[in-house]
Ligand binder design. Structure first.
Ligand code: ATP
Length: 253
C-alpha cells in the first residue's frame, strides 16, 4: 500500500520476490478506493450550497463540463479567466458534484503550490507522471501494470489548473498516452482526444507562462499550449466577471 500511495509497485524493484496474484484474489487498487472514499452526502450538500452561489456564466461553464462528463461524447475544454473570476471556485464545485456521484475526478496543477488549492489536488507530474525534463516525443512514464494507470482509466474528469505554466509537450504527451491507456476500455478511444476522457485545463495567460531558459519571445509562444495541434479540438470557455471585487462584479477586459 505504501508503494501504491507513491505511484510505485513491486514491479519497479526487479530484484524483489513478487507474491503470486492467485494468492490474493481480493486484491484491489487502494488509490482507487481512496478516490471513492469521499463523504458523498457532505459533498452533495457542499455542491448544493455552491450551486446557489454560481453566477450565470459560472453555471453555464459547469453545465457544459458536466454534460461532457455524463456523456460518451467527451470534451476537451480550456477555462480561461483572469485572476479572481472564479476558476478555483468552479473546480471546487465540479469536484464536489462529480465525487458526490461516486465518480473519480483527478485534480492536478502545474505546480505544487497551486495543487494545494485544489480539493485532493496533486501535481500533474505526480498523478499523471508527466516528465519534468520533457521532449517533443515524450510520453507519460506509467508502466502498464502500475496502479496509477488503473486510476486514470477509472477517472471521469481531469481538471488541470495553471495550465499555461506548462510546455505544450506536456499536454501532447498526456493526449498520446491517454489514447493508449483508454483504448483498453474501448479501442475507438485511440482516435478520441485524450482517449475519450473529459479534460479541463484552466488558467490565465496574463499570469506566469512556461519559462524557456534563455528563450526568445518566439520560443515562449511556441512552448505555449496555444501553439499546440491539440488546440484544434479545444472548446474555450470564458469567465469575465471578477468575483474577487465582490459586489461591484465588474467585467474585466
Ligand atoms: N459564485 C461565487 N460566489 C461567491 N464567491 C465567489 C464566487 N466565485 C468566486 N468567488 C470568490 O471569489 C474569489 C476569487 O475566486 P477564485 O479564487 O476561484 O478565482 P480564480 O479565477 O481561481 O483566481 P486566481 O486565478 O487568482 O487563482 C474567491 O474568494 C472565491 O471564493
Amino acid at each position: 500500500m505504501l508503494l501504491q500511495e507513491n505511484g510505485r509497485s513491486l514491479n519497479d524493484f526487479k530484484s524483489m520476490l513478487r507474491p503470486n496474484a492467485a494468492d490474493m484474489p481480493t486484491f484491489t487498487n487502494k488509490i482507487i478506493i481512496d478516490e471513492l472514499n469521499y463523504n458523498k452526502d457532505e459533498l452533495e450538500k457542499t455542491h448544493a450550497d455552491m450551486l446557489l452561489m454560481l453566477t450565470d456564466e459560472q453555471g453555464s461553464v459547469q453545465d457544459k463540463i458536466m454534460e461532457s462528463v455524463g456523456s460518451d461524447d467527451n470534451g476537451f475544454f480550456f477555462l480561461y479567466g483572469y485572476g479572481g473570476t472564479g476558476k478555483s471556485f468552479i473546480w471546487k464545485s465540479l469536484s464536489a458534484v462529480v465525487r458526490s456521484k461516486g465518480l473519480i475526478v483527478l485534480n492536478v496543477a502545474s505546480s505544487g503550490i497551486s495543487a494545494l488549492l485544489l480539493p485532493g489536488g496533486r501535481t500533474a507530474h505526480s498523478t499523471l507522471t508527466v516528465l519534468i525534463e520533457i521532449n517533443e516525443p515524450s510520453s507519460l512514464t506509467m508502466e502498464k501494470d502500475n496502479p496509477r494507470v488503473d486510476l486514470v482509466r477509472a477517472a471521469k474528469l481531469i481538471i488541470w489548473d495553471e495550465a499555461p505554466m506548462m510546455h505544450r509537450w506536456c499536454f501532447e504527451a498526456v493526449d498520446r498516452s491517454l489514447r493508449d491507456i483508454m483504448s483498453k476500455n474501448d479501442p475507438l478511444n485511440k482516435f478520441r482526444p485524450f482517449g475519450g476522457m473529459t479534460v479541463v485545463l484552466g488558467g490565465d495567460f496574463r499570469q506566469i507562462l512556461h519559462v524557456v531558459r534563455k528563450g526568445s519571445r518566439e520560443d515562449i509562444v511556441d512552448a505555449s499550449i496555444n501553439s499546440s495541434k491539440i488546440r484544434a479540438y479545444c472548446n474555450v470557455l470564458r469567465l469575465t466577471v471578477n468575483m474577487r471585487l465582490g459586489a461591484s462584479s465588474v467585467p474585466v477586459e
